[in-house]
Design a protein around this ligand. Structure first.
Ligand code: FES
Ligand code: FES
Length: 870
């Protein structure tokens, strides 16, 4: 007979199985209490699972169940309704959440502190208590605003924004704050006729390779198949359709078959399905694989040398891509320059560390030729997911619907499929619902990272500091599979000259395939790496000329009509770069006058895919007979607020109460147009929803009709195309100037001023929150974050969140955001986009401030002048 543990949960006496690995598992898996989230169990390092045990806040994923026997556990579900309301209102009104995944845990921590200290709690005294919590979205600024407001008894009347430009609350903010709006792993099925618990839902776990480059000789699944609770074990031999998937190139095997070769630490060899997650994970360890181990290719520079061994199975070249362009005579320009800088910059690999690990639930229904499947995904491109799932299953695309479940953070790391194909395959073959949720360590191994890039720069200017010529040679380690690595290095090439006007330019950027972790999309998408280097050479030239960092930027900043980077003639939106510089000048001068060490970064980042890609965004407005209005669009909500943008646009254009609007993303309407990436969601969604509203209004907004709208961008051209000497490679850019202010006594960054030209802030509250979160991420990039791989094995050296070096709340300096609005031509409402630009100028600003502090030029990230948090 199964042993049981008795405890009180939310005031009720309960009895749960004693074999749960920790309290969190008992709450989530047996009691179906899902406000406590699982971001890293059982390591206890994210705080998402925080609950109260006998009144004390603890992380429940490290709490052995036996230790809670007889105790009183309170989760957010059990908090008094009035108190819940106060937290929900404060977090909503203050903008204290984005994806929301971390917030329920933070609310429980805040509650325990407020219970102790009452209105004596303020943001300064609360910040150290958030040391047990990670938030990857907000930079903690508005989180602390909200907590202080609750402690002080401040009341709010939060409301959705009714128009473009309103600082309304985020769509679903209250439910997210309280943990009531579920993520994929929170979904519970209720179908009493099914065989196992939770509506017959089964759990899948993946068996990953032991080697980054090895031939698979045999896979023995017998021991796993015979393990307790196991329902099925599947390998590549069970895949009915395509073995490989991928956003751009179909080169990423869903599983490596016998006779195949592994190419990175995240390769999957088998899927094990069992009645519980614990059983599936235990059985997955019992899959026995025989390898012929090969030396992995881990150095990108030697990987692209002639004769280097081929890194990746099924490919024929270690050069994934080469992006190049040139204009003007760079050699002559450098020779004629009064000052020349030659420097090699190196940036590091970075883990996204979104708080919600990847999770997919696949639910088949029907039978025979009518059999279909609903897949719940948190991916950044649900249409791409659907198409690849159908290729793997060898079924038509009308057999599978993928529904977006707004995710717990992504930042680019959920563009590629992770476990979507595995969960779908198992569900399809077993004809049972199957959920697959990755552990934190598996998430680290599987999804694509930010590229480490080596950038060699030669740059020259005249005696006044006017740039004359720049040459760039860059090599990025793209890891094994393509993902969007070629596009990241293309973007690095395109942005290699930053927001500056330079007469002669010669740029080449190579994406190298290796057996390291896959690298792909991550907020900034190559622009961060390139502009850390470009601003670095500019600051070195400023010192040589004898002018300030602000002055050399003012003399070289790109302006409307000027020739930029690959030869693009900049439109009127480019006035935003100088507008940011001018706006930050008072803070720059004041900090300098106060004797602070200061550094300035100026950046630009494209919005949209550009480079000749025809971008189409669709939206549907649908009036239901219950008086609700559906706004359907195609973009993934991952905390950035695209649902709120769609809602505010629709409310304004239709002139209706925003509370009547439901925002929906699924693949039942053909609104597919690729990934939510490149800061394009706000711009493209707003345009499509606006047009759909125009169509609806013209027809009298009748019930039951799908009113379609589109926004199309089809006027960009490819970088390096000889037929386009002045190519418009991007349709829009965001611009930003950031000032890092360093205390000369402590050497710490004490304040960051972030001035951003966003074209039009659809929701200034959410927009500022995006920038604060970006600055937090940018400071980690500059100072403390890293994700190294072992050069001998290609495997990651880190397996826990704490090792990443993400700044905790108490280490985040004051962040002051100023929004500038220089409208973008040919863009709805003048929107430019803000998602990615946020951390582009941060690292160069910090590097310049540190040089001002100690006279040392830094060219390698992270700069680690401040110790990584313990
Ligand atoms: S899930 Fe418990 S601390 Fe992260
Ligand atoms: S809101 Fe904190 S992790 Fe997303």
């Amino acid at each position: 007979m199964t042993e049981r543990t008795e405890l009180t949960v939310n005031g009720l006496a309960v009895s749960v199985r004693s074999d749960h690995p920790h309290l969190l598992a008992a709450l989530r898996e047996e009691l179906n209490i899902t406000s406590a989230k699982d971001g890293c169990s059982p390591s206890g390092q994210c705080g998402c699972c925080t609950v109260l045990v006998d009144g004390k806040a603890i992380v429940s994923c490290t709490q052995p169940l036996a230790k809670t026997a007889g105790k009183s556990v309170v989760t957010l579900e059990g908090v008094d309704a009035t108190e819940r309301g106060r937290f929900a209102e404060a977090f909503s009104a203050c903008g204290g959440l984005q994806c929301g995944f971390c917030i329920p845990g933070i609310v429980m921590r805040a509650k325990s502190q407020i219970d102790k200290k009452g209105d004596g709690l303020d943001r300064a005294s609360m910040a150290p208590h958030l040391g047990a919590h990670l938030c990857r979205c907000t930079g903690y600024v508005k989180v602390l605003d909200a907590i202080e407001a609750v402690a002080k008894g401040k009341s709010f009347e939060p409301a959705l924004g009714a128009a473009v430009g309103d600082a309304g609350v985020k769509y679903e903010a209250a439910a997210l704050t309280l943990g009531d709006r579920g993520y994929v792993d929170d979904i519970r099925l209720a179908a009493p006729d099914q065989q196992a618990g939770d509506g017959g839902m089964l759990h899948a776990a993946l068996h990953f390779t032991d080697h980054a480059r090895a031939d698979i000789q045999a896979i023995d699944t017998a021991a796993a198949a015979g393990a307790p609770g196991v329902i099925g074990v599947f390998t590549a031999a069970d895949i009915p359709g395509a073995l490989r998937v991928g956003i751009i190139y179909k080169d990423w095997p869903v599983m490596i078959p016998v006779g195949g070769r592994t190419s990175y630490a995240g390769d999957v060899v088998a899927v094990v399905v069992a009645e519980t997650r614990q059983q599936a994970r235990a059985a997955a360890e019992r899959v026995d694989v025989t390898y012929d181990v090969l030396q992995p290719v881990t150095d990108p520079l030697t990987a692209i040398e002639p004769g280097a061994p081929l890194a990746v199975w099924g490919t024929n070249d270690n050069v994934l891509s080469r992006s190049a362009y040139a204009r003007g005579d760079v050699d002559a320009g450098l020779a004629a320059s009064a000052h020349v800088v030659h420097e090699v910059f190196e940036t590091q690999r970075i883990e996204h560390a979104f708080l919600e690990p990847e999770s997919t639930l696949a639910v088949p229904s029907g039978s025979g030729d009518d059999r279909t499947m609903l897949v719940y995904s948190g991916g950044q491109g649900v249409w791409d997911d659907r198409d690849d799932i159908c290729r793997v299953l060898d079924v038509a695309t009308d057999r599978v619907v993928v529904e977006l479940v707004s995710n717990g953070g992504a930042f680019g790391g959920k563009e590629d499929m992770s476990n979507q194909a595995h969960a779908s395959l198992a569900a399809w073959l077993l004809d049972r619902p199957v959920k697959c949720t990755l552990s934190r360590e598996e998430s680290f191994r599987m999804h694509a990272k930010r590229h480490p890039v080596r950038l060699e720069y030669w740059a020259g200017c005249d005696s006044d500091g006017k740039l004359i010529a720049v040459r760039v040679r860059a090599v990025g380690d793209s890891g094994s599979y393509a993902s969007v690595g070629m596009k990241v290095l293309e973007r690095a090439a395109g942005h290699a000259t930053g927001p500056y006007e330079i007469p002669a330019v010669d740029v080449e950027a190579i994406a190298a395939r290796t057996n390291n972790l896959v690298c792909g999309a991550f907020r900034g998408f190559g622009a961060n790496q390139a502009q850390f280097a470009m601003d670095g050479v500019l600051d070195r030239l400023a010192v040589a000329v004898g002018i300030s960092g602000w002055e050399i930027r003012k003399r070289n900043v790109i302006r409307p009509g000027a020739l930029w980077g690959p030869g693009q003639i900049m439109d009127d939106g480019a006035a935003g770069a100088e507008a940011c510089l001018d706006a930050i000048r008072p803070a720059y001068d004041a900090a300098r006058a106060a004797g602070k060490a200061i550094g300035l970064g100026l950046g630009l980042k494209n919005s949209g895919l550009g480079n000749g890609f025809r971008e189409v965004s669709g939206a549907v407005i649908h009036f239901r007979d219950d008086s609700r209005v559906e706004v359907r669009h195609g973009w993934t909500e991952m905390g950035q607020g695209v649902h709120t943008v769609a809602l505010q646009v629709a409310a304004q254009e239709l002139g209706i109460d925003p509370a009547r609007i439901d925002v929906i993303v699924d693949t039942t309407r053909q609104l597919g147009f690729g990934q939510t990436t490149g800061s394009r969601g706000t711009l493209m969604a707003a345009g499509a929803v606006q047009q759909a509203c125009v169509v609806a209004l013209a027809d009298g907004c009748q019930q039951g009709i799908d009113y379609h709208g589109e926004h199309i961008v089809d006027w960009t051209a490819k970088l390096g195309d000889p037929d386009h000497p002045t190519p418009t490679i991007h349709a829009a850019f965001g611009y930003a100037a950031q000032l890092a202010i360093v205390d000369r006594d402590t050497g710490k960054v004490e304040r960051v001023v972030a001035v951003h030209d966003v074209g039009k802030a659809v929701n200034p509250l959410l927009c500022a929150g995006q920038i604060e979160g970006s600055v937090h991420m940018g400071l980690g990039y500059a100072l403390s974050e890293d994700f190294p791989t072992d050069p001998e094995t290609g495997f990651p050296e880190f397996s826990t969140l704490r090792q990443l070096g993400i700044l905790r709340a108490k280490d985040v300096p004051e962040i002051e955001v100023q929004l500038v609005e220089v409208p973008q031509p040919r863009s709805p409402y003048g929107i430019k986009g803000v998602g990615e630009i946020g951390l582009v100028p941060t690292a160069p600003a910090v590097a310049a401030a540190l040089h001002d502090l100690d006279g040392v030029w830094r060219a390698k990230l992270p700069m680690r002048v401040e110790p990584a948090p313990d």
